[in-house]
Design a binder for this molecule. Structure first.
Ligand SMILES: [Zn+2]
Length: 150
């Protein structure tokens, strides 16, 4: 990371009100009319919550994916509440409902496609495993292209 980039990242986090790990971390900086935080990055204004996730995990948002909040708080920049996912995804809902979704490794075709896309954009295996409630080794298998046993 170049020095300029490091300074920009520091500036970014200075605009986030850090709370406890489980709490929402509201964005204190510039707000766009749509109610989302914005930060100037690499030549254009970008959603603050998207950058919070990228700066923390190193993963960039793939085209077609949204930066989703598990807390439904548009201003929240706690990376633990954020994930890149399809708009239609109900992963968080499924997990909240305590379904057997993860344990049996039954990921939908959409989930598999999303996971592969996110891996290609730098997602960490452990983050994906946590978010989908599956094992790290399953994510590893998806990465190498081996289909998991149903
Ligand atoms: Zn939150």
């Amino acid at each position: 990371m170049s020095e300029t980039v490091a300074v920009r990242v520091t500036l970014f986090w200075a605009s986030v009100q850090h709370g406890k790990p489980d709490e929402c971390w509201p964005w204190l900086g510039y707000l766009e009319k749509d109610g989302y935080g914005q930060f100037f990055w690499e030549g254009r204004m970008r959603p603050a919550h998207e950058l919070a996730l990228t700066f923390t995990t190193g993963e960039t948002r793939a085209q077609g994916l949204d930066t989703c909040h598990s807390c439904n708080n548009p201003l929240c920049c706690n990376p633990g509440h954020l994930r890149f996912d399809t708009r239609a995804s109900n992963v968080a809902d499924a997990r909240a409902a305590g379904t057997i979704f993860g344990r049996t490794g039954k990921l939908s075709e959409t989930d598999l496609a999303t996971i592969r896309t996110r891996l290609a954009h730098g997602a960490r295996q452990q983050d994906l495993a946590d978010q989908y409630g599956v094992s790290n080794s399953l994510i590893s298998m998806i990465k190498t292209g081996r289909r998991h046993a149903a």
